[in-house]
Design a protein around this ligand. Structure first.
Ligand code: GLU
Length: 476
């Protein structure tokens, strides 16, 4: 249970912001200008459903317009409220700045339980919400570009894009009004997996550095590391899948809303995901130890804890008992400000949300650029690249002949080297590069300043510094 003395999500974000800003030398007033949310639009609209008019409440909050368009997901959940969207919009500002995605921060939400409505009803509701936002330029390719978040995905983004196109029939850039669309509606390869992939790249970068590993009391590589994931939604699933299938990590615990699964030898992530798809939850999954209350698993012994669902799951009530030496915040705001302090004192290393889950918005950025350039990445250069690689292969082939068995190309070199990069490879390469560079920027601050003892403060320092520089450049 969350402690009643704990600040709200937005206050928590503000507290973390203030902690960092106290270490900076900003011109008077600029701190306040950056911290506050510029505007939050609340919309209440009615949709005729099942013979009656049902009224819904939605929000779109714009935190900072130091760069435009502003960017951030739209969430469909019963937990949506103004405080939450404002906190999430603020995190988007810092996230975009940190990974150098040229956007201000925004977030939207609709207070709804999507499971209560069928597909046709969801389309009516989504289109109506989109209509309200589009007519106020709160969805617009150059003003405000939403994306998926909790409870939304490609399907909702396709409806929003179509709604925008219907209302702006001559806008050649209409597809850039929203990201996270399906591939056939102007989406980009690799967007669905992007946030989970970003979590993987973030951990890979962390494990490249022995000094950083040492801070968490860890050694070696990701191979064999015990991971507990909270929330096997889009982000948690992809992170767990990639870490276990590609990096050799062992996912020993999975926590879902209806319970937790544990297997010290490692769970089959794909099998659990399929079980959830068929049965609606983890209950009854046969190949693991099941417990009805999954939350104690957050406190179980492991190397890496990946909270990938709701905000505030690590709070004053459980922070002291968390055993993981390394937490990577795949969700937004999973650790409250109070818990953050307890964990910091314990020496737990936290890779903060604004960095750890920035893979989504990074690939959204690539999608937006693709939409504005009206061409798929790799379309121009792929075959040319392959032709040039063929030249090298031909030379090596000659060498192989001359060496007569004394030297040979490695078996899969030819095939791997010949393959020119398609859109998916380019997206992954751009994401990997982004995650590495952003990590290094935080890391440098973390290690070079005595007054910065954690990655979150370092992340805030880097991103606030960038936002402040933008404001200065605007003459503010
Ligand atoms: N909803 C995601 C986030 O919180 C993605 C935002 C985007 O792609 O614009 O970062």
């Amino acid at each position: 249970m969350r402690n009643v003395n704990e600040p709200s999500f937005r206050e928590s974000v503000d507290l973390m912001f203030s902690r960092a800003v106290a270490l900076m030398d900003l011109p008077p007033g600029l701190e306040e200008k950056i911290r506050v949310c510029n505007a939050t639009y609340t919309v209440r609209f009615g949709v005729r459903l099942r013979g009656e008019i049902k009224t819904f409440t939605g929000y779109r909050s714009v935190h900072s317009e130091h760069m435009e368009p502003v960017k951030g997901g739209i969430r469909f959940s019963m937990g949506v409220n103004q405080d939450e969207v404002e906190a999430l919009a603020a995190l988007m500002t810092y996230k975009c700045a940190l990974v150098e995605a040229p956007f201000g921060g925004s977030k939207g939400g609709l207070c709804i339980d999507p499971r209560q409505y069928d597909e046709h009803e969801m389309e009516l509701i989504t289109r109506r919400f989109a209509y309200e936002l589009i007519k106020r330029d709160l969805i617009h390719p150059s003003q405000n570009v939403p994306a998926p978040d909790m409870g939304t995905g490609e399907r909702e983004m396709a409806w929003i894009a179509d709604q925008y196109a219907r209302m702006n029939t001559t806008d050649i850039n209409s597809r850039a009004c929203v990201t996270g669309k399906p591939l056939n509606a102007g989406g980009i390869a690799g967007r669905v997996e992007a946030t989970g992939r970003g979590v993987q790249y973030a951990l890979q970068e962390f494990f490249r550095d022995p000094t950083d590993m040492k801070q968490a009391g860890l050694t070696g590589s990701l191979d064999g590391k015990r991971v507990i994931v909270q929330g096997l939604g889009n982000v948690g699933y992809h992170a767990a899948k990639f870490l276990s299938e590609e990096d050799g990590a062992k996912v020993i615990g999975i926590i879902e809303y209806d319970g937790g699964l544990y297997d010290a030898n490692g769970l089959d992530v794909e099998a659990v995901r399929q079980w959830i798809g068929q049965h609606g939850g983890v209950t009854g999954y046969p190949d693991a130890t099941y417990s009805k209350d999954g939350s104690p698993l957050l406190e179980a012994e492991c190397d890496i804890l990946v909270p990938a669902a709701l905000e505030g799951v690590i709070n004053l009530s459980n922070a002291a008992r968390i055993q993981a030496p390394l937490i990577i915040e795949a969700a937004n705001g999973p650790v409250t400000a109070g818990a953050d302090e307890i964990l910091r004192d314990k020496g737990t290393v936290i890779i903060p949300d604004m960095y750890a889950n920035a893979g989504g918005v990074t690939v959204s950025y690539f999608e937006w650029v693709k939409n504005l350039s009206h061409i798929r990445f790799g379309r121009m250069q792929r075959r040319q690249e392959e032709a040039r690689h063929q030249l090298v292969i031909n030379e090596l082939q000659q060498l192989e002949n001359v060496m007569e068995g004394q030297w040979k190309m490695s078996p899969d070199f030819r095939q791997k080297y010949l393959r020119g990069a398609g859109e998916l490879e380019l997206v992954r390469s751009g994401l990997d590069d982004t995650m590495r560079i952003a990590y290094q920027s935080m890391r440098e601050v973390w290690h070079s300043r005595d007054d910065v003892t954690d990655l979150r403060t370092a992340a805030y320092l880097v991103s606030i510094g960038k936002v402040a520089a933008s404001y200065r450049a605007k003459g503010l």
